[in-house]
Design a protein around this ligand. Structure first.
Ligand SMILES: C[S@@+](CC[C@H](N)C(=O)[O-])C[C@H]1O[C@@H](n2cnc3c(N)ncnc32)[C@H](O)[C@@H]1O
Length: 331
């Protein structure tokens, strides 16, 4: 009998994941975290300075959503569009340095209107080009987050004059340090559609489509365990999001904050967004970093998926509030 030599690196005790790899906080030995969990640690401070202290090639995935260049500013402040690329490149340089060669940098950034006219800024495209052409990142794939709960804004163009339509996607630039980042789409397969299952049972006639694609029986094979997802990430239940807002999946967090009288972070992304990319781009025990962590959605998803993690945010208050996501951390 062959004995497997593969040893599970992560163990589960009392329902919590533990890693046999060194804890992620040793990557920042001189800074005390706001709090730590079995797999990660959250640090308050300017992430450009904090990232400069992380060792080179120490992180597998940077997944983040920085403040966007918004016309209507959020309480945590937003850099103006004209200064945005220069401002962000300071962070981008550190991210490039600390990523492993097969690592990825996934950046969620929203679009924005120009002031005074119904025209869109191209700042997020300029940022993408600068990250590739000035810092040396590769564009692995441009992805999108479908968020049907976005407000129909700016009201002046969308609901009053009715000359623009509702914006429902945000950009998710998947960048990598080399052309070959670690990735496995088998980890994010979606259930086959009813049509696909029906076709598989019925079988398809071999044909050549007008586009030139050759269709044969392998076209409806369901042996792969699921269908390959598109580059648009959406909540499983779009209807629920429409009813409850885009943070339906963060409900536990919202509820806990309300119970404890804690102010809720104003710009969280849903857990499904980091979940998709963490599964696609990392394995258990890999290190995931979010340098603009806010309510630490990335950290809590990493913890649940048995990845080690580091979170950073300028606001000690946001990190303090994010503790409620981790039942094992005392408030
Ligand atoms: C869009 S929010 C991120 C929200 C997060 N994705 C979540 O789900 O809660 C951006 C965050 O960046 C933080 N921030 C802004 N400038 C920063 C800096 N220089 N260093 C670290 N964090 C910063 C803000 O405090 C804010 O919480």
């Amino acid at each position: 009998m062959r004995v497997s030599t593969v040893v599970a690196k992560t163990s589960v005790q009392n329902g919590l994941n533990f890693s046999r790899e060194p804890h992620a906080r040793i990557l920042l030995p001189d800074v005390s975290p706001s709090y730590a969990t079995p797999l990660g640690a959250a640090f308050a401070g300017d992430s450009r300075d904090l990232m400069a202290r992380l060792p080179e090639a120490s992180v597998q995935l940077v997944f983040t959503s920085p403040p966007y260049a918004l016309h209507f500013k959020k309480e945590y402040g937003n850099v103006h569009k004209d200064d945005y690329v220069d401002w962000f490149l300071g962070f981008g340089k550190e991210i490039f340095r600390l990523l492993r060669d097969d690592g990825s940098f996934v950046l969620n950034v929203g679009g924005s209107y120009n002031a005074g006219t119904p025209t869109r800024s191209v700042y997020h495209f300029k940022l993408l080009i600068a990250l590739v052409e000035e810092l040396g990142f590769h564009l692995a794939q441009e992805c999108f987050w479908y968020n049907p709960a976005k407000m129909p804004a700016p009201a002046e163009w969308v609901t009053v004059r009715r000359v623009r339509i509702k914006d429902s996607v945000e950009y998710v630039w998947w960048l990598s340090k080399t052309p070959w980042p670690k990735a496995n789409n088998r980890n994010v397969l979606k259930p086959y559609s009813k049509d696909m299952l029906r076709l598989n049972q019925r079988g398809v006639r071999e044909t050549i489509r007008p586009s030139g694609h050759h269709i044969n029986s392998s076209f409806v094979s369901v042996e792969a365990g699921g269908s390959i997802p598109p580059n648009v990430v959406e909540e499983e239940q779009a209807e629920a999001i429409l009813k409850f807002g885009n943070n339906a999946s963060n409900d536990q967090f919202t509820k806990r904050c309300k119970e404890l009288g804690i102010k809720i972070h104003p710009a969280r992304f849903p857990t499904s967004l980091p979940e998709f990319f963490i599964k696609l781009l990392t394995d258990e025990d890999d290190v995931v970093l979010d340098p603009f962590a806010g309510s630490n959605t990335t950290g809590v998803v990493s913890e649940q998926l048995a990845r080690r993690w580091i979170a950073m945010d300028l606001s000690a208050d946001y990190l303090e509030a994010s503790k409620v996501r981790f039942p094992q951390v005392k408030n």
